[in-house]
Design a protein around this ligand. Structure first.
Ligand code: F6R
Length: 260
């Protein structure tokens, strides 16, 4: 794991967008794992701008989102299908048939979860998985005590997650369950790219990267990932103990020469 501390939210989001863009340029058929949430809106705005200004080509990319609420139709304004269309897909040249999110309205959720895993495998696995961290320490919707070997399945959301996302809901109540990729699914991605910003995430970020690996904080399982980059702003980094060490690695790692 590498932790990269950037001077501002803007710089952190810009770096994450650049890492994604580089990957797409290097391999136009990249399989991207995508996340929703407030943190990612800035990144998707930047990718949309790169499409407009530099013609960044997503036409051969495939995408798999981490999660979707159970019971919400795709066109529900609160659904992650809707979020992805509004924040990213309609602004870039991705083929709708190449985008995938779990179907939270499936009658048989277990069959839907299995089919989702099979689709990821059929595409050759996820090359780059974008992730945020929730207040409960979740990645995807893998709430505390999720198995660190879990696969895509339905989960009951933690009270902290209800409090985090409930205020975003318009014209209806937030579902208490969601379908999410498992921690095991996420750990199989070839690279994990985590973005964490803001002071309210400082404590959970420190637990995730400097604390023990525990199912109580599923983001801590990323310490087991063979290629995980965590990009944060100064506010989110404010409770890290080893920031000088993280800075040292960042300053001396050739992969980041263009960013310094
Ligand atoms: C959403 C997801 C979640 C969010 C997390 C942070 O698809 O997977 O794990 O990344 O809840 O959300 P924000 O960015 O709204 O703080």
């Amino acid at each position: 794991m590498e932790v990269i501390i950037r001077e501002s939210t803007e710089a952190a989001c810009g770096m994450v967008a650049q890492i994604i863009a580089r990957k797409v340029l290097e391999n136009p058929e990249t399989v991207l794992g995508l996340a929703t949430g407030r943190t990612m809106e800035n990144v998707y705005g930047k990718l949309a701008a790169m499409r407009r200004s530099d013609g960044l080509d997503f036409s051969a990319c495939r995408t798999f989102n981490l999660d979707e609420y159970i019971g919400l139709e795709k066109d529900d304004v609160n659904s992650y299908h809707h979020y992805m269309n509004e924040q990213l897909f309609k602004h870039i040249n991705i083929k709708p048939g190449n985008t995938h999110l779990p179907d939270g309205t499936a009658n048989d959720l277990k069959a839907e979860a299995r089919a989702y895993e099979e689709k990821i495998c059929a595409c050759g696995g996820i090359d780059l998985q974008l992730l945020g961290i929730g207040r409960s320490g979740h990645i995807g919707f893998n709430e505390p005590l999720s198995s660190l070997m879990s696969r895509t399945r339905d989960k009951v959301l933690a009270p902290e997650t209800m409090a985090q996302n409930g205020p975003l809901f318009v014209g209806g109540d937030m579902p208490k369950r969601a379908m999410t990729m498992g921690v095991g699914t996420i750990l199989e991605s070839r690279r994990a790219l985590v973005l964490v910003t803001g002071e309210e995430k400082a404590a959970i970020l420190a637990e995730s990267v400097e604390g023990p690996i525990t199912s109580r904080v599923t983001a801590s399982a990323l310490q087991l990932h063979p290629s995980c980059v965590v990009v944060v702003d100064e506010a989110a980094a404010s409770k890290l103990k080893d920031r000088d060490y993280f800075q040292w690695i960042y300053e001396n790692e050739p992969e980041w020469d263009d960013f310094r």
